[in-house]
Design a protein around this ligand. Structure first.
Ligand code: NAP
Length: 302
């Protein structure tokens, strides 16, 4: 899929890294999993400064060291760093941890009320002009925040254009299709579906039995069908996280599954849309999140 405002294309199934880099003991396994994914075509890698307090970015940096040009690297700025100077400093740190001089897309991880969006987007635009960042975007932006973002984004051609919105989207969580996906399709934004496998809790989804049946009839796994459902939507890429090699292989193979209209109807009936159009915003700058960050830092130092 072509990234709006750039000449770049991205794989419709990429790789997530939440929980990666928490412990040094797992590092070689995690690096190998990402490298296997890249070799199988999952060349979009999503990470964030927040994940494992920078540990995930370091793992990604190791994984792409000798294949950087094949990979579309996405990272995210945490809201407490959303100010102009803080965003520049945050991206500088991410570049260092990723061992690269260029991030392909940088996103604001969550909306924040503590800093005007205009400041973050001005920093993104300056980073684009300097060549340190390819595209800009947001994450966890529901319709109301998307409207604010549109007003705040610098309208200067492709510089500052918000090319991505990364949101929770899976068969078990289809609310995105109410307003966020239509907005993205109308405004030429790529929706990056996070937790596409329900963060490993697919069997808890209502409708899971229908998913099993569709998968069994095709000789695939439920996870592959769950991914193929997302990529059947125009303008959507999915970023499952997988460390087990069999999961990595299965996810990569899902990119070539084209669901039939009958299969799609069956899944849509089994997994209704859900009501809320807005993403429930967690205040990420709360004490709770600071505690998580602190705990992750301690874990990494072991
Ligand atoms: P997910 O990708 O929905 O699920 C990951 C879990 O599914 C892991 O336990 C993984 O196991 C398992 N899995 C992977 N492939 C599988 C397969 N083919 N069959 C069965 N199980 C499989 O969850 P997620 O990590 O929450 O979301 C994906 C990525 O989205 C994150 O890693 C992160 O990059 C991004 N994200 C962004 C935000 C945000 O606020 N912007 C929030 C959450 C996530 P193994 O690892 O053991 O293989």
């Amino acid at each position: 899929m072509v990234v709006p405002g750039t000449q770049r294309t991205v794989a419709v199934i990429g790789q997530g890294t939440w929980g990666v880099g928490l412990s040094r003991r797992n590092r070689s396994r995690e690096v190998e999993a990402l490298r296997l994914g890249v070799s199988l075509g999952m060349t979009l890698i999503d990470t964030a400064e927040f994940y494992s307090a920078g540990g995930a970015e370091e793992v990604v940096g190791d994984a792409v060291a000798d294949c950087r040009d094949q990979v579309f690297l996405v990272t995210k700025v945490w809201p407490s760093n959303a100010g102009y100077a803080e965003t520049l400093a945050s991206v500088k740190q991410s570049l260092r941890r990723l061992h690269t001089d260029r991030i392909d897309a940088v996103l604001l991880h969550w909306p924040t009320r503590s800093v005007p969006l205009r400041e973050t987007f001005r920093a993104f635009a300056d980073l684009q002009r300097a060549g340190a960042v390819g595209a800009a975007g947001v994450s966890n932006f529901g319709p109301a925040w998307l409207r604010r973002a549109k007003d705040a984004a610098p309208s200067n051609g492709d510089i500052g254009r918000l090319a991505f919105n990364q949101v929770p989207y899976s068969l078990g969580h289809r609310q995105v299709e109410r307003a966020i996906l239509p907005y993205a399709q109308q405004h030429g934004q790529v929706v990056m579906a996070y937790s596409p496998l329900g963060h490993g809790r697919m069997p808890a989804w209502r409708g899971y039995s229908a998913l099993i049946e569709v998968a069994a009839a095709r000789g695939t796994t439920p996870a592959q069908i769950a991914l193929a459902f997302l990529t059947s939507r125009p303008g959507v890429v999915a970023i499952p996280k997988a460390v087990r090699p069999e999961h990595v292989r299965a996810n990569a193979a899902a990119a070539s599954i084209a669901l039939t209209p009958g299969e799609l109807r069956r899944l849509e009936r089994a997994f209704p849309l859900g009501r809320a159009a807005e993403i429930p915003i967690l205040p990420p700058y709360t004490v709770f999140f600071r505690l998580i960050l602190w705990a992750a830092t301690l874990q990494i130092q072991r």
